[in-house]
Write a protein that binds this ligand. Structure first.
Ligand code: NDP
Length: 400
């Protein structure tokens, strides 16, 4: 009989947060939901806390703490309200919590995710931006505090499953590994000519071919910046150099990624495209649990196809490789510019093609600096956001 694990879910109202709650609720004997957080969705957060019996409800927008308190009491929940940046840090490091799902979107998730690492938790990482923007600081925090880091991104979770059991990050050659093959669907505009991409709308960009995700990652998927972020994520998680990470466009999203060994073997992890699989794998690791995901029907899946990524139509991927090779704060700058540009696109202020233009311009304008501390990350992030906002405003005005 396994002991019950207490979990905290940062970003509980989002796509990953809800999938995590779905998996946890299938195993009430194994998982107890202790803390849930949201940015502003008071109604949804209170309802989730009430349904899952959470002891803590954390709202990032502190001005909504009173509204959350009232809503919880109306639903009969006794959850303690935590609020603001301090509340998120507290929720991430609660002594009674064993396992933290880091599923806040974007750079806002960095400090709470680091707080969970500092508290030595089992850390389930969906918030890839936190690792991309702070790679060396993040990995050092995990190491120093003895946290267990497990990837939730389906590609990295797949790679993790294909690695030898005793794999240590950075030991690719020693483990006989030649390459990591990161697959991606290619996004909703995979086969659109570049001449049509200037006109695409946020609704079209968020119409995901294979599964529903939050808006920010949906746009990242459409520009292929998501794959770029994942290349940098793979670098930090597995100690792979840029040339050891190959992106493979695989529109069916059945193979979630692969590891190629020195003897020519390629081990793939397959399954239906459903985030509950990697979530369940990481939650239960090293056990396996039911995730509510149906069996993969290979007969109806039919052909699996593979294409090389098109760096001309989707330059964001190339920018990510360049940022990885430049090192220091270059990925921080890239990530910040991307977040600003994607937000402007989602607000209807910036065209789709200008998202990458903003990132490129910001990377050209700010020289990367060495990254040693969290302060280096925070400073680079702030400077890049300010520059990117200027670039986005200028490009938006030009296009108007
Ligand atoms: P969603 O947009 O669906 O959810 C984001 C969550 O973060 C919500 O709970 C939201 O609260 C909260 N949040 C947003 N901004 C803040 C903030 N400033 N401070 C605190 N909390 C905040 O995102 P996803 O679930 O799609 O993605 C979450 C992370 O997981 C991202 O980093 C993404 O890249 C990664 N990921 C997602 C996958 C997917 O299939 N969705 C797959 C692989 C990785 P509220 O609801 O109140 O706004």
């Amino acid at each position: 009989m396994k002991r019950t694990r207490n979990i905290a879910i940062l970003g509980a109202t989002g796509s990953i947060g809800r999938s995590t709650l779905d998996v946890a609720a299938r195993h009430p004997d194994r998982y107890r939901v202790v803390a849930l957080s949201a940015a502003r969705k008071v109604e949804e957060l209170a309802a989730l806390c009430s349904r899952h019996g959470a002891a803590y409800a954390c709202i990032a927008d502190a001005s909504l703490a009173g509204a959350l308190e009232s809503r919880l009491r109306a639903l009969g929940s006794g959850a303690k309200v935590l609020a603001g940046a301090a509340g998120l840090l507290e929720a991430a490091a609660l002594p009674e919590v064993d396992c933290v799902m880091a599923a806040i979107v974007g750079g806002a998730g960095l400090e709470p995710t680091l707080a969970a690492a500092q508290a030595g938790k089992k850390l389930l990482l969906a918030n890839k931006e936190a690792l991309v923007m702070a790679g060396p600081v993040f990995m050092e925090t995990v190491r120093r505090h003895g946290a267990t880091l497990l990837p939730i991104d389906s590609e990295h979770n797949a790679v993790f499953q294909c690695l030898p059991p005793a794999f240590l990050a950075g030991d690719l050659e020693i483990s006989g590994i030649r390459r990591i093959l990161l697959t991606g669907s290619g996004g909703p505009f995979r086969s659109r000519p570049r001449s049509e991409l200037g006109e695409v709308t946020p609704e079209q960009a968020c119409a995901r071919p294979n599964w529903v995700m939050g808006k920010k990652i949906s746009v990242d998927s459409a520009t292929m910046m998501n794959k770029g972020l994942e290349v940098i994520e793979a670098h930090w998680l597995f100690g792979a150099r840029a040339e050891q990470i190959q992106v493979v466009v695989h529109p069916q999203s059945v193979i979630h990624s692969m590891v190629e060994y020195a003897d020519g073997s390629v081990i793939a992890q397959m399954g239906n495209p459903d985030m509950r699989t990697p979530i369940a794998q990481a939650l239960a690791f090293p056990d396996r649990i039911e995730a509510g995901v149906p069996s993969l029907d290979l007969f109806s899946t039919g052909a699996l196809t593979f294409e090389a990524p098109d760096f001309d139509r989707f330059p964001a991927l190339g920018l990510a490789y360049l940022a990885l090779e430049a090192g220091g704060t270059a990925p921080t700058i890239m990530n910040a510019a991307n977040e600003v540009a994607v937000a402007a696109f989602l607000e209807g202020r910036l065209s789709f093609l200008h998202i990458t233009a903003v990132i490129e311009e910001t990377l050209q304008q700010i020289a990367p600096a060495p990254m040693r501390t969290l302060e280096d990350v925070v400073a680079a992030d702030a400077a890049a956001r300010a520059r990117a906002a200027l670039a986005a405003n200028r490009l938006a005005t030009l296009a108007a």
